[in-house]
Design a protein around this ligand. Structure first.
Ligand SMILES: Nc1ncnc2c1ncn2[C@@H]1O[C@H](COP(=O)(O)OP(=O)(O)OP(=O)(O)O)[C@@H](O)[C@H]1O
Ligand SMILES: [Mg+2]
Length: 557
């Protein structure tokens, strides 16, 4: 009978001259029982923290009864999706059988994982049937049985598992994926996994650091997990590094700030060198290759703060608005950003990596990162409120300020451009107005240095920023620094702009006010008289500034 097929008429070539006789080996899948304890989970779960609510949510999603139940856990790479799935699956090993784990990052991998299940359920078929048939048989088995749990880990595209889920299944399927879109078509309940709580992250860091068995100085643990944005993968790697090097979290933080490119690409011995923070999201960005604007937008957003970024900030981008929205949608679908109607939020480590140049990474070419930084500054400049003193503009200032601060912090002052200087100067005016004078002074000082370096000491913008700095010194009560700077600036204004230029008048008026604040009426009064005469002549006697000068002078006499 060799070479003949019965039943459904299928014959499989199993290699060499051997042809499998289907009727002889194909018991109906419904009659094939799973051996007790058919479990293939990837290693022990190890240290596991938090996630009580998330486990309850997975449980609730998979316990609703009915036919097949699918839960899809999605989230940023490294947030702990696989870990959660493994923990849940291990807990179900006593009540579900089989508990079968498939690394499902491609259609081929799904097929291989299913074939391996047949290999366990019907070992006699493993060498007799080709992979495709083994996989098909496993899918048939799952359709015919209840009480199993299948984990499809790291699915790249719902379409890769749709054919499997489309068969009438009667068990539970837990999917993990970086992609958050497209699952509802498959009838899945969708759960988004977020980063750990701060206390859980500190707990994880501390316990991993202590794994070496020696007591560890945990000074700075809270700051470190904050800098890592409580991303489990990053916390785990930092903890292992601390355990190996015996450094404190504060010392590690220092290294991280000094050499981000090196530290983000470093793992402790025994960790997966391919799963460093620097490499973690490269695959996701590769998948977004069809939308090049997505990478560009992410590099721009990387220069802002981890606080919500107004979506309107991107209105100034030189791209079709529909393309920009599409790029944002794609980034959000892969959990690289989160979107609500008005804001974009980016995880701080995604930002840190995206602005760390690496010539070997097509998504982080140094030139692209520089371009993105200058666009980030331009977009902020375009969005600045019209005034710093009108309370109606203050909410907008408060939204933009963290992003101006972040851009300044992440840029070395030597790389500041006039766009950065303008941002700092304008933010300084707002901060000065709000009474945050020492921050205002820092910003004005940095803006002055840049204007001088780029535009030269005589440029009107340089003179204006020196005037602002002097006035912030004065607000701080530091007339000792304010007066010489005002005097020098007034002299430069007269020389460069002329004695009657409005900026010169402002400068003279400011200096007169500073003399008055210092109690030096002998110098304040003549200067005010000069300022009043100039204002009356140039601006007119009824101009508000002329009136202000007149009032100041009257108060002195
Ligand atoms: N609840 C947790 N308790 C302890 N450690 C955790 C936890 N969650 C995640 N981790 C740590 O973070 C690492 C990354 O988690 P995991 O591999 O589950 O991320 P993922 O979201 O599946 O990432 P990817 O998208 O790359 O597959 C784990 O190897 C583990 O070290
Ligand atoms: Mg995973």
């Amino acid at each position: 009978m060799k070479g003949r097929a019965f039943g459904h008429g299928r014959t499989y070539q199993a290699g060499g001259d051997l042809t499998v006789h289907e009727a002889a080996v194909f018991a109906p899948v419904g009659q094939v029982a799973a051996p007790p304890g058919t479990v293939n989970l990837p290693g022990p779960v190890g240290l596991f923290v938090g996630r009580a609510d998330e486990l309850a949510a997975v449980e609730a999603a998979l316990e609703t009864g009915g036919e097949v139940v699918v839960a899809a856990v999605h989230g940023l790479g490294g947030v702990g999706k696989s870990m959660l799935a493994a923990y849940y699956a291990r807990a179900r090993a006593g009540t579900c059988n089989p508990v079968w784990w498939i690394t499902a990052d491609s259609p081929t991998a799904v097929q291989a994982g299913l074939a391996a299940l047949t290999g366990v359920l019907e070992p006699e078929l493993a060498t007799a049937l080709p992979l495709e048939a083994l996989a098909d048989r496993a899918a048939g088995w799952l359709a015919a049985h209840e009480g199993w749990l299948l984990v499809l880990d790291d699915v790249a595209d719902p379409a890769d598992v749709a054919p499997l889920l489309g068969r009438t299944l009667t068990g539970r399927v837990l999917v993990t994926s970086r992609l958050g879109q497209g699952w509802h078509h498959l009838g899945a309940r969708v759960l988004r996994l977020d980063v750990l709580e701060e206390v859980e992250a500190v707990d994880l860091l501390t316990r991993i650091a202590a794994c070496g068995g020696q007591p560890t100085d945990m000074d700075g643990a809270l700051e470190l997990v904050g800098e890592l944005g409580c991303l489990p993968l990053a916390v785990d790697q930092a903890g292992a590094y601390l355990g190996q090097t015996r450094l404190s979290p504060r010392a590690y933080l220092g290294l991280l700030r000094r050499q981000p490119a090196v530290m983000y690409d470093r793992t402790a011995r025994g960790s997966d060198a391919e799963r460093t923070i620097a490499r973690l999201w490269r695959l996701t960005l590769d998948r977004l290759a069809g939308t090049p604007l997505a990478g560009h937008v992410l590099r721009i957003l990387a220069w802002y703060g981890a606080e919500p970024i107004p979506r309107t900030l991107l209105d100034g981008l030189d791209a079709e608005p529909s393309e920009v929205q599409h790029a944002l949608g794609e980034l959000a679908a892969y959990n690289m950003i989160t979107l609500d109607r008005e804001h974009i939020t980016v995880h701080r480590l995604v930002q840190a990596v995206a602005r760390t140049p690496d010539p070997d990474d097509p998504h982080r070419r140094p030139a692209d990162i520089d371009t993105a930084r200058s666009q980030a500054a331009d977009l902020l400049n375009d969005a600045l409120p019209a005034t710093h003193s009108d309370p109606a503009d203050w909410p907008a200032w408060r939204t933009l300020l963290p992003h101006i601060t972040a851009l300044a912090e992440h840029t070395s002052p030597g790389a500041d451009t006039t766009a950065t200087a303008r941002l700092l100067n304008q933010a300084g005016l707002f901060l000065n107005n709000q009474g945050a004078i020492s921050r205002a002074i820092d910003y004005f000082e940095r803006a002055c240095v840049t204007y001088e370096r780029v535009l030269g000491g005589d440029h009107p913008d340089t003179l204006m920023s020196r005037n602002n700095l002097a006035s912030a010194y004065e607000s701080a009560g530091d007339v000792g620094r304010a007066i010489p700077l005002y005097e020098a600036t007034l002299a430069d204004c007269e020389r460069v702009l002329g004695g009657e230029h409005p900026d010169t008048l402002t400068s003279r008026n400011n200096l007169a006010y500073a003399y008055k604040s210092a109690g030096d009426l002998g110098r304040a009064i003549p200067l005010y008289e000069r300022a009043l005469a100039d204002s009356e002549r140039i601006l007119g006697p009824d101009h508000p500034r002329t009136k202000a000068v007149r009032d100041h002078l009257a108060a002195l006499e």
